[in-house]
Design a protein around this ligand. Structure first.
Ligand code: MCA
Ligand code: AMP
Length: 509
């Protein structure tokens, strides 16, 4: 029996060094053996509940070791793991459940009733946590005394391992289908590129429902046989408290700006650290330089997407150039093309970045048209990011051809918000843009045109934000709402979002 990704993650463990994880409070550890016993029990529970190979298991639970075990258990059971942002509301979840039709749903114990509104109660399990440590829930009690099915379900490289939803410019989220080979090839590439070994300890403070925290961080550490210090989320105090036990940290740029904002964060804190990785959003060259000045270490910035995993990375050895995302990773090809004609642009010119390699996903779940639009017949994927490549092969992301806001590493598609805002009583139309924000990089601002009768009477910004919060995750909500008489439009009638961005450039600085 062979199971491509599961076997590889396990193999790495056989050279491990005893303790696989340490939970946030520093006292809860789980050994390799205990982790994989748990994975065996959870995968057996999934199979007993009726999960067949290729079926989806949706998971919306707070970060903890057991949540990670659920991911590996899905692989072992031949299932397709479908992680969901813990901030998603019931309305957002309804879409994912209807679209992906999972066989099992695992929710936060506090959301059991919501889970049962979405799916048959016999297929809904819960997981309870306290400060990042699991403390109960039906998924653990049901798996506690189960006799583990010894055989691992066979899965080949081209079988699906996971579906991760990523929002789209049309406002409808798309499920990116990732195979065992996609995830394994990228994981192995990163282990080698970033020199991960069994001696590494990763300080893990990212969420584990996205590519960065789940695949980049956890797959790499499992494959290399290293250990992780799992923290439930980012807290400067907790990071400073645990840094001395770590060798590496992976984060979004906000992690680094927050650390730099704290005077306790000094060269002494990081003497023993061998690597700081940044990604998911642009790291300002200023932050890169300030970090080096303060610590003597150069952050390694890399670039990826949910659909492609990691594409480019500054080198481990060699020059890490601030403001660039480095050359393509081994096995990954990149090219820069004209947004309209698709033809390759002249060297050094700006265009849309396209990527090809074993890391690139196989398509969007049940969206063949979208897949054809973005995944070309020759295997290149259109990222929607605007980039240039210099003569040394380093890629610089200079903008986006897609209407996307990245706030603290979370992606927000304006269209999704505009559709909800436009439905609110008293709203005529709206436009949502991202503007610079010192902490989050970008933040969401909404321009709203009120119906003439509604101004000042039925509509105000706070109310709009509250109403949006009923159906949208909190991280997507506008930080400010501005009322305008009309939206700026070009001669074609298209809203000129750049003018709105310019107008509110300074609101958060
Ligand atoms: C929290 N809030 C946010 C965000 N995070 N609002 C907008 N954007 C955010 N990113 C809201 C909360 O809902 C809450 O609002 C308030 O801000 C709490 O603020 P704070 O305590 O400062 O936030 P935090 O809990 O410290 O979180 C900030 C964070 C976090 C640490 C930057 O957002 C984070 O971990 N981001 C990482 C995201 C990530 O993993 N991205 C990778 C995607 P209220 O009080 O109103 O509820 S994968 C990817 O992009 C690709 C593939 C790649 O290349 O990696
Ligand atoms: P996601 O949709 O969550 O997969 O986010 C992918 C997007 O994040 C990419 O298309 C880029 O726009 C952005 N991104 C990821 N890493 C970087 C980076 N290092 N610099 C700039 N943008 C990045």
């Amino acid at each position: 029996m062979s199971n491509t990704l599961f076997d590889a993650l396990l193999q790495g463990r056989s050279t491990g060094n005893g303790d696989l994880f340490i939970a946030a409070d520093g006292s809860t550890c789980m050994s390799d053996q205990a982790f994989f016993d748990l994975v065996g029990r959870l995968s057996t529970l999934l199979i007993h509940t009726g999960v067949l190979p290729g079926e989806r298991v949706a998971v919306q639970v707070p970060k903890c070791i057991e949540a990670l075990a659920l991911y590996v258990a899905c692989l072992r059971a031949g299932a397709v793991f479908l992680p969901l942002n813990t901030a998603y509301t019931e309305s957002e979840l309804t879409y994912f459940i209807n679209d992906a039709a999972p066989t099992v749903l695992v929710v936060d114990a506090q959301c059991q009733a919501m889970g049962e509104r979405l799916m048959d109660a016999s297929r809904v399990f819960s997981l309870a946590t306290e400060r990042g440590v699991a403390c109960g829930g039906s998924v653990l009690s049901a798996a506690a005394n189960i006799t583990v099915i010894a055989d691992v379900v066979t899965r080949h490289g081209d079988d699906l391992a996971a579906i991760l939803y990523t929002s789209g410019t049309t406002g409808r989220s798309k499920g990116a289908m990732l195979t065992h080979d996609n995830l394994l090839s990228n994981g192995v590439t990163l282990v080698n590129a970033w020199r991960f070994t069994a001696n590494d300890v990763l300080l893990h403070a990212l969420p584990i429902f996205h590519t960065h925290g789940l695949f980049v961080a956890c797959n790499v550490l499992m494959l290399s046989g290293g250990r992780m210090l799992f923290q439930p989320g980012f807290s400067t105090d907790a990071i400073l408290g645990a840094l001395s036990q770590a060798t590496t940290l992976m984060g979004v740029p906000t992690f680094y700006t927050r650390l730099l904002a704290d005077q306790r964060f000094s060269r002494d804190c990081v003497n023993h650290m061998r690597l700081f990785v940044s990604g998911s959003a642009p790291l300002l060259a200023d932050t890169h330089r300030a970090f080096e000045q303060r610590t003597g270490q150069r952050i390694l910035e890399r670039y990826g997407m949910t659909e492609t995993n990691m594409n480019t990375s500054n080198p481990y050895e060699g020059e890490r150039i601030a403001g660039t995302v480095g050359p393509p990773l081994p096995g990954v090809e990149v090219r820069i093309c004209d947004a309209h004609t698709g033809a390759e642009v002249a060297p050094g010119d700006v265009g849309v970045l396209q990527v090809r390699g074993p890391n690139v996903f196989v398509g969007y779940w049940q969206m063949p048209d979208k897949t054809r639009e973005e995944l070309l017949p020759d295997g290149f994927f259109i990222t929607g990011d605007l980039a240039i490549i210099d003569e040394k092969g380093y890629v610089t992301i200079v903008g986006r051809s897609k209407d996307l806001i990245i706030c603290g590493g979370y992606n927000i598609y304006p269209k999704e918000l505009e559709q909800v805002i436009d439905q609110l009583p008293g709203v005529s139309e709206s436009a949502v843009v991202g503007v610079p924000h010192t902490d989050f990089g970008e933040a969401v601002v909404a321009a709203v045109v009120a119906e003439p009768t509604a101004v000042g009477r039925t509509l105000n910004g706070e109310q709009i934000i509250t109403q949006l919060g009923e159906s949208l995750a909190r991280f997507k909500l506008p930080r400010k709402v501005f009322f305008v008489d009309e939206l700026p439009r070009n001669t074609m009638g298209k809203v000129q979002k750049n003018r709105l961005r310019e107008q509110w450039q300074q609101v958060f600085s």
